[in-house]
Design a binder for this molecule. Structure first.
Ligand code: SAM
Length: 320
């Protein structure tokens, strides 16, 4: 699916020199040097250096999750064990700041890492944990069913690489009801867009898409000093809880996405004009559609709530 990206001009890897000073930072820098890894902006490599932040993220991710069946020794994802209650999926483990804490729970864990040198290091870290494994590759090319066979619930955990923030969130929300929640860290501006309410300056098509699929709860803010290299913006940790279906059908969600794209693609100010143009139906027919959904055609697209978009999608049927 073609997703609208949260627009931004800055990335978290703005200062490749790092925070400097703290022992944890120099430890991370030394570990990267030993692996011959120069933090890559393209791969969004801003590594967590503050163990207290890693502890808090793991705490949010693990709170209330069901325990592993049989404990650490009794569950083996590498062997393709079918039962995976409370399984964990980490996107981009990097040097393993979160990974070791997740593995220590004994729950099935899969960590997907694109950088092969880091993947090898995490594999070494995970060797004592038979229930945990590393998959080398791009998370966007994976299928949850292949990573964690079975039907048990999955919690996704990630300090998300900036370059794939939007597609990774889309990927998570498209994996279906097995994803119980996702505890994610992104740069603050992205989180603000995702949490934005209709009519606010940050509200846009990606906010609608996320609200359509999940509830979002902001957990806490993280200072740039917690990373190496040090970014020039704050980050935010938040939880996404995919909404239980069938509150909406897949067809309705697809229609809402089509409508929002059509309404926000041009520069027209009123909904009637932007939808009429975007859906190639003309302003008069768009006005009639909006009237039937009891949405004022003179409003701007960015003020509509998810419920209002759904109402338009439902009255529009195949035309919406
Ligand atoms: N989790 C680590 C931490 O908190 O210190 C590293 C986080 S760093 C922001 C993002 C990580 O994602 C890096 O290790 C990077 O190599 C990896 N990565 C980037 N793009 C990826 C992709 N498409 N699929 C999987 N991993 C990716």
């Amino acid at each position: 699916m073609n997703r609208p990206a949260p627009s931004s001009s800055s990335s978290r890897s703005a200062d490749p020199r790092g925070a400097g000073g703290s022992r944890a930072t120099s430890g991370v820098a030394a570990a990267l040097r030993a692996l011959d890894v120069r933090p890559s902006r393209k791969l969004g490599q801003n590594f967590l250096t503050d163990p207290r932040v890693a502890e808090r993220i793991a705490g949010v991710a693990l709170a209330g999750a069901p325990a592993a069946v049989g404990g650490a020794a009794g569950v083996g994802v590498a062997a393709g064990v079918v039962e995976t209650p409370g399984a964990l999926l980490e996107i981009g483990p990097g040097l393993g700041a979160l990974t070791e804490r997740l593995a220590a729970t004994g729950r099935p864990l899969v960590a997907v890492e694109l950088d092969l040198r880091l993947a090898e290091r995490v594999e070494t870290l995970l060797r004592p944990h038979s229930h945990a494994r590393v998959v080398r590759g791009d998370i966007l090319d994976q299928r949850l069913a292949a990573l964690l066979p079975g039907s048990g619930p999955v919690t996704v955990v990630a300090n998300l690489p900036y370059a794939i923030t939007s597609p990774a969130i889309s990927w998570i929300l498209e994996q279906g009801p097995r994803v119980e929640r996702a505890v994610l860290m992104t740069q603050r501006e992205v989180a603000q867009r995702l949490a934005a309410k209709p009519g606010s300056k940050d509200y846009g098509s990606f906010s609608v898409f996320v609200a359509l699929h999940a509830e979002l709860q902001v957990e806490f803010r993280v200072s740039p000093a917690a990373f190496h290299p040090r970014p020039d913006v704050d980050s935010v940790v938040f939880t996404l809880r995919p909404r239980p279906y069938p509150r909406t059908t897949a067809e309705e969600r697809a229609r809402v996405e089509r409508l929002v794209r059509a309404a926000t693609s041009g520069r027209r100010k009123t909904l009637a004009n932007s939808l009429g143009h975007g859906l190639e139906m003309g302003a008069a027919r768009a006005r009639a559609l909006l009237d039937r959904a009891e949405v004022d055609p003179g409003r701007r697209a960015e003020t509509l709530s998810v419920e209002e978009w759904l109402a338009v999608a439902r009255v529009g049927g195949g035309n919406a």
